[in-house]
Design a protein around this ligand. Structure first.
Ligand code: BG6
Ligand code: MG
Length: 228
């Protein structure tokens, strides 16, 4: 029988749609460097760390720069990105997310954030969800990017739960691979064609309930940690 004690959520693309702001900021940098950056290109950056995203962008543009120049560019992109996320409000939480998080908590399931983004604390603050998480592991507390499992293993450790009793919610292929590498189960958020490595895929949390969650995994028990 599958035992679920904790759920670990990616942030970008799972709780909020920040890909549109990343896109504007990377596109602006690309234009400044003299090449075009498309929505299809942006898909390649999902779940990928900031510096790795810059490497992909420069590869698309066929350009090479020194390390200090790259740090300056990443900083510039982030400054523009932050102007957008600073304005975020709870209205930008994706449909069904608060309800599902609350239902998990009411069922005694521990909840962690597992994101590559160094901007996670600011985003959680702006959308007023910081208090919902029992642990937050983000780009500031990890050294290895997804698909390395570090972010999810740290999340499980901070919650005091074994990896095999955790389920990860992810929208990026690199994130699903990271969950697999951590020995965790994984729910894909998006298209089944893209996220085939997940245990199952849902389009989003709208209408998704703990009962559906249990049903999708077949026989599972939810371990109640209320009061522990
Ligand atoms: C991930 C996003 O969550 O965080 C990536 O999917 C992003 O697109 C990465 O590059 C790092 O984010 P940040 O906010 O630290 O630049
Ligand atoms: Mg994501």
């Amino acid at each position: 029988m599958t035992k679920i004690e904790a759920c670990i959520f990616d942030l970008d693309g799972v709780i909020v749609d920040t890909a549109k702001y990343h896109f504007i900021a990377w596109k602006s940098l690309a234009e400044e460097l003299g090449f075009e950056f498309t929505h299809a290109d942006n898909e390649r950056l999902k779940g990928v760390s900031r510096m790795a995203s810059l490497e992909i962008l420069l590869e698309i543009g066929g350009l090479q720069f020194s390390e200090p120049e790259k740090w300056t560019m990443a900083e510039k992109k982030n400054t523009l990105y932050v102007t957008y996320i600073e304005e975020m409000t709870p209205d930008e939480i994706l449909p069904g997310v608060p309800e599902f998080l609350l239902e998990l908590k009411n069922n005694g399931v521990k909840i962690a954030l597992g994101s590559a983004s160094k901007n996670s604390p600011m985003i959680l603050d702006r959308i007023q969800l910081t208090g919902m998480f029992d642990a937050v592991v983000d780009g500031n507390s990890i050294t290895e990017a997804k698909p390395n499992p570090e972010v999810f293993l740290k999340g499980a450790e901070r919650l005091g739960v074994l990896p095999e009793n955790c389920v990860v919610f992810e929208d990026a292929i690199a994130g699903i691979e990271a969950a697999r590498n951590a020995g965790m189960r994984c729910v894909g958020i998006g298209e089944p064609q893209t996220l085939g490595m997940a245990d199952f895929v849902i389009p989003g949390f709208d209408g998704f309930t703990v009962s559906k969650f249990k049903g999708a995994f077949g026989e599972i028990t939810i371990e109640n940690h209320i009061g522990t």
